[in-house]
Design a protein around this ligand. Structure first.
Ligand code: UDP
Ligand code: MG
Length: 312
């Protein structure tokens, strides 16, 4: 029998975990021929998420958990889950029931058909604010254009993957992980299934505008060096046009003599070029920051507790 591991990142999810577990159990009961196991990752929750997980683990030996020393973010939680997984197939799922468990049988079906990955994408963004939807849509448009990976709009981390693909993902050792990009970078055949967006079963979303904005910048810088090129291109255009302007000014001065007026043009050009320089420094800074954090090689997460015995 094949084993399927269900990885569930949880950050302050005490309101929904039990409901999540019960709902998924109902679906799993109707699936025959597979051994399921849950890997709940408590991402440094401040509420009693961990206690709930421990109670669940007592009554059901399929329930495994990992607990972090602090909040490391969903990326780290997913990585820890993948790292600890041993199943032939691995499913990543949010704990708030925004990813419908009813899709699990279909996902298994497509993996058995030969796909290495079967992912869900949100057909609509109902429930999200207008501004968030607008910004997200544009983020995908821009990133897909300028980076080497193609991230389908609406695709999240909800997906089932084969061991082969999971191993490929784990082989990417970067500390700052941008999973959406990583999933697509490793390649493999992916089958996409759409699902309707639903409101969280309880609790609140962990995202705010600022977090989403930095997430977008991380996404772009993690998979593309295009912003660096923009800086070079801007630099090239500005310096070449300045050179032409310089020739014009010199000739004009030689022919018509010194002209003191021109305060407005000087100040505008100065400000413009100053702005470009600061912008370019900022872009450079983004990448240098990434290099800095990467070379430290800090662990992606720190685990304090688990009921998973180590492999081998
Ligand atoms: N999550 C996590 N660590 C975090 C933030 C979120 O493990 O720092 C988990 C969270 O518990 C949930 C999933 O990631 O299971 C998705 O989070 P959320 O529902 O807040 O995001 P949204 O659905 O609004 O994009
Ligand atoms: Mg959610």
């Amino acid at each position: 029998m094949k084993n399927i591991d269900i990885i569930v990142p949880c950050f302050n999810e005490s309101q929904v975990i039990n409901l999540f577990y019960e709902t998924v159990e109902k679906t799993l009961k109707n699936i025959e021929g597979y051994n399921f196991k849950y890997i709940f990752v408590d991402d440094g929750s401040k509420d009693n998420t961990l206690d709930i997980l421990k109670t669940l683990a007592k009554t059901d030996e399929k329930v495994k958990y990992i607990s972090f020393s602090r909040n490391f973010g969903k990326e780290s939680a997913m990585y820890a889950g993948l790292k600890k997984s041993t199943g032939d197939m691995v499913l990543i799922m949010d704990s708030d029931l925004q990813n419908p468990p009813s899709m699990i049988p279909k996902m298994i079906y497509y993996i058995e058909e030969g796909y290495d990955c079967c992912g869900g994408y949100r057909a609509s963004r109902k429930g999200d604010g207008k501004i968030r939807t607008f910004l997200t849509n544009n983020f995908y448009k821009i990133t897909n254009k300028i980076s080497e990976v193609d991230m389908p709009n609406g695709a999240g981390d909800f997906r089932m993957m084969t061991r082969k693909m999971v191993n490929a993902i784990l082989a990417l050792s970067e500390v700052q992980r941008f999973s959406k990009g990583i999933f697509s970078w490793v390649g493999f055949n992916t089958k996409w299934l759409s699902f309707e967006n639903v409101e969280r079963a309880g609790g609140v979303s962990k995202w705010n505008f600022f977090k989403l904005f930095s997430y977008a910048i991380d996404g772009i810088t993690a998979f593309s060096t295009f912003p660096l090129r923009i800086a070079s291109i801007l630099g090239f255009f500005i310096s070449s046009s300045s050179f032409l302007y310089l020739i014009y000014i010199v000739l004009k001065t030689l022919i018509f003599g010194v002209d003191v007026a021109g305060y407005a043009s000087i100040i505008t050009i100065n400000l413009f070029i100053g702005g470009i320089i600061i912008l370019s420094c900022g872009i450079l800074g983004e990448y240098i920051g990434k290099i800095y954090l990467e070379v430290k090689k800090r662990p992606i997460y720190i685990m304090t507790e688990t009921n998973i015995e180590d492999k081998k």
